[in-house]
Design a protein. Structure first.
Length: 416
């Protein structure tokens, strides 16, 4: 088993800690807001004049956005101002949150040369699309793969370092690869995370043209009236290590990763279309890596996009596993996208973060936007919580799903 012993995060609303994250989940604050004016202003100054004219005329674009993505303490990291200025915000922010996770789990002064891996998901860096000055320092600040490399370079970490990109399932896939690397002895511990930022107010492409984005910019997953997903940002990092090592050193353990599985949709209804059979299969595969049965789980953090097709297929897959509506073991179902939107390459990480928060605070938070149950919930033992649910006395086991637009599915099992 793998222990999670360090956490770092930057989430909308100025959230930088688990208690701050938990408060938003409980209070049900509406995190959806207009695209940051200053960011839009800066973006328009840094692109071609024709593009600037087009973007300046765009209709309203809302989502769950980070504040102050330009803030970075380059002196702390001993990075010269010229280099720091042209590092992508994803690099700067992930370097900060990974340092926080590493500092919590390890003595930061003793990690130099350690076999610590870095596994990061970062699907897209819009910073590279800007018209940056010709004196920008090299290309290292704009490469997606450098998000992981920057951390290894900063602290002289010698374990495997890699970028993982399977779209929406990237960060959960990164967690799978990192845990496998630890079990194979390639590294003694690993920093695992995801970064997702939106550099410009896009209503085209994946959010607009495909009908994925909700007309009111809110995600109401598993409600029969749900009409699409929401846009979200976040940068999250976890430190993981063998459970035995964490116990021997008497470390604080946020949760235990029991197992992770992944698969592919293969040839389905379309290259980006999900299937219930593949989702059902990956959940069962994850359970098979543990000694747990479906009846041992008390909570599922779902992918929960709030799209018509996505919700129907995911609920069909879950209902086929948790199908006994008369069972005394009811499985509560949640989706963080209803609060923070779809974090894309960090979507799996925020799902894991929510499960860790439930484990720490011993309550399951409500889904505040949920009103009318989806028809697929009718004959299942799945329950959408409308109020806080205290954890019962039995051991807390939870599943986390993350399904990529690429057809790559992941599911993780986490216990207390």
């Amino acid at each position: 088993d793998i222990a999670i012993t360090g956490i770092g995060m930057r989430l909308p609303g100025g959230i930088e800690s688990l208690p701050e994250f938990w408060k938003i989940l409980i209070d049900g604050d509406d995190m959806i807001q207009e695209f940051p004016k200053q960011r839009k202003h800066d973006f328009l100054r840094c692109i071609d004049a024709n593009k600037a004219d087009m973007y300046s005329k765009l209709e309203t674009f809302k989502g769950s956005f980070l504040d102050d993505i330009d803030k970075f303490d380059h002196q702390f990291f001993k990075i010269v101002p010229g280099e720091a200025k042209f590092m992508s915000p994803e690099q700067r922010l992930f370097l900060q949150v990974s340092t926080e996770a590493l500092t919590e789990a390890r003595d930061i002064n003793l990690v130099k040369g350690s076999k610590i891996g870095v596994f990061v998901s970062n699907s897209e860096i819009g910073y590279g699309e800007l018209d940056l000055p010709s004196d920008a320092v090299g290309i290292s600040g704009l490469m997606s793969g450098m998000v992981a490399t920057r951390v290894a370079y900063q602290w002289d970490l010698k374990g495997p370092t890699m970028l993982v990109d399977t779209a929406c399932s990237s960060s959960l896939m990164a967690l799978k690869l990192a845990s496998e690397s630890i079990k194979k002895g390639e590294c003694e511990g690993a920093l695992v995370g995801g970064a997702n930022l939106i550099m410009y107010p896009a209503r085209k492409g994946v959010h607009g043209d495909t009908g994925i984005l909700s007309p009111d910019f809110h995600c109401n997953a598993f409600d029969k009236d749900a009409s699409g997903t929401a846009v979200g940002e976040g940068v999250i990092c976890l430190y993981i290590e063998p459970l035995q090592d964490a116990l021997l050193k008497d470390k604080h353990i946020y949760g235990v990763l029991k197992g992770v599985a992944s698969n592919s949709v293969g040839h389905g209804n379309g290259i980006t279309a999900p299937t219930a059979t593949s989702q059902q299969s990956v959940i069962k595969a994850a359970l098979n890596t543990t000694e747990l049965k479906p009846s041992d789980l008390s909570y599922i953090e779902a992918h929960g996009t709030g799209t018509k097709l996505g919700d129907r297929i995911e609920l069909s897959a879950l209902s086929s596993i948790f199908h006994d509506k008369d069972s005394s073991n009811k499985v509560h179902l949640g989706a963080t996208k209803t609060t923070f939107g779809h974090l894309d390459s960090a979507a799996g990480m925020i799902g894991v973060l929510k499960v860790l928060a439930i484990n720490v605070f011993k309550n399951i938070p409500p889904m505040h936007l949920f009103r009318n149950p989806h028809p697929e919930l009718k004959d299942s033992s799945l329950i959408i919580p409308k109020k806080q649910i205290p954890l019962n006395a039995r051991i807390f086991n939870a599943g986390v799903s993350s399904f990529g637009l690429t057809g790559t599915n992941c599911h993780a099992i986490i216990s207390q």
